[in-house]
Ligand binder design. Structure first.
Ligand code: SAH
Length: 391
């Protein structure tokens, strides 16, 4: 097995519980290396730190899979998967769609597994994991008891890691569209063409929390994707909802979701850029009692933080202005680099500029099946605020 030796004094982050090794921290790789074989990571003195896959092409050349002196083999992956699945089972989620493996947070860095009813979607984000796709899919099938495992290629990871695999069924085969249940609602997931792995499972608890206050309200779900927030709000008695997204496919599915759940008459969809739309709604005097802002990450890089914050401030400022007195704003950021404190500061500035007094009803975070590891801050990425504009 090849040995990856760190430069002197570069083991601090790993000893503090973080699993990544950056290229700049490596002194040398000793011994023959096969991309599908884990390497042993050692500090400069030769002390064992752990094992992980090595990819010299990526900035993060290695992510530790274990800190034990144990083989990285099919039995290892099976154990990790069983632990991840045991954690989900005890959450007692009401539904049949859940994130079963959340990469670093489940000590399987580079692997995402989402369960959608009788099927699972697997995404490999590192080359090492990609090489294990068959082994992983077999373990997923056995541990989760699903009928098929579909692999989704991740374009961003493909660029960074030099991945080659295409999307397709790795185990079994199945339908392109899967029905899932989330609480009282039925949704459908397009395994092949949906965004990410098909559905934003990370918002499930937030959908429920926001919907609990939606009764009688007129709702704007901006950045709605397939309308999950709007549907939850309508299911809990919202008077009407306008769901907006730039993706026509997502909106078509949002319509179907409203039909399938029996409130098509209360959902209106509109294909638009939410920035433009909010400006127009504000100008036209259109007002709402509940606005949900769940945009895509405005930045994945630290360097673009300033412009991302400007974006968040802009949409939130407009949303405040489109709320009736007593209205609610459920606003989110899924950029890891935007900290909860920075997000709150941004909302503070937006409220001040909009001239509203906003009461903080709840600070929201990612669903419990997207756990956070204390020693790996990157596992925490979704934050939200539920705010009430008081009269
Ligand atoms: N709230 C959704 C997930 C939203 S993901 C849910 O619970 O399922 C973010 C969505 O924003 C994506 O569907 C994307 O198509 C959309 N989007 C990206 N940029 C946009 C823009 N400028 N205006 C409106 N929608 C946008």
């Amino acid at each position: 097995m090849a040995r990856l030796i760190l430069r002197r004094h570069r083991e601090g982050r790993i000893l503090a519980g973080h699993p990544w090794v950056y290229r700049s921290e490596v002194a040398e790789l000793v011994g023959p290396h096969r991309p599908d074989e884990a390497v042993t990571v050692l500090d400069w003195e030769g002390t064992f730190l752990g094992r992980g896959f090595y990819n010299p092409r990526a900035q993060i050349v290695c992510r530790l899979l274990t800190r034990q002196d144990e083989p990285i083999d099919p039995a290892f992956f099976r154990r990790r998967l069983e632990a991840a699945w045991a954690y989900r089972r005890q959450l007692g989620l009401d539904g049949d769609a859940t994130r079963a493996v959340f990469s670093e947070a489940d000590r399987l860095p580079g692997l995402i597994v989402d369960r959608y009813g009788e099927y699972a979607v697997l995404a490999c984000l590192t080359r090492g994991m990609e090489r294990q796709a068959e082994v992983l899919a077999e373990a997923v099938e056995a541990v989760l008891g699903v009928r098929g495992v579909y692999r989704r290629a991740d374009p961003a990871a493909a660029r960074i890691e030099g991945l080659e695999g295409a999307s397709g069924w790795v185990r079994g085969s199945g339908v392109r569209e899967v029905e899932i249940r989330e609480g009282p609602l039925r949704f459908t997931v397009d395994l092949e063409a949906g965004q990410k792995t098909g559905f934003y499972l990370d918002q499930r608890e937030n959908r429920e929390a926001v919907a609990a206050r939606a009764a009688g309200r007129e709702v704007l779900d901006a950045f709605c994707y397939t309308g999950a927030f709007a549907c939850w709000a309508l299911a809990r008695g919202a008077r009407a909802a306008l769901a907006v997204d730039t993706s026509a496919d997502a909106l078509a599915r949002a319509r179907r979701h409203a039909e399938a759940n029996g409130f098509a008459d209360r959902l209106e969809v509109e294909a638009a850029n939410a920035f433009d739309l909010l400006r127009r709604l504000e100008r036209d005097g259109r007002r709402f009692d509940l606005i949900i802002l769940d945009p895509p990450p405005f930045t994945r890089r630290k360097s673009a933080l300033e412009s991302a914050v400007r974006g968040y401030k802009e949409i939130n400022l407009r949303a405040f202005r489109c709320l009736r007195p007593g209205g609610l704003l459920a606003t989110f950021s899924c950029s890891h680099h935007v900290s909860p404190a920075l997000f709150e500061e941004t909302l503070h500035a937006a409220a001040a500029d909009a001239g509203v007094t906003a009461r903080l009803l709840a600070a929201l975070t990612q669903a419990r099946d997207h756990p956070v590891l204390l020693t790996v801050p990157e596992t925490r990425y979704l934050k939200g605020l539920l705010l009430e504009v008081i009269e």
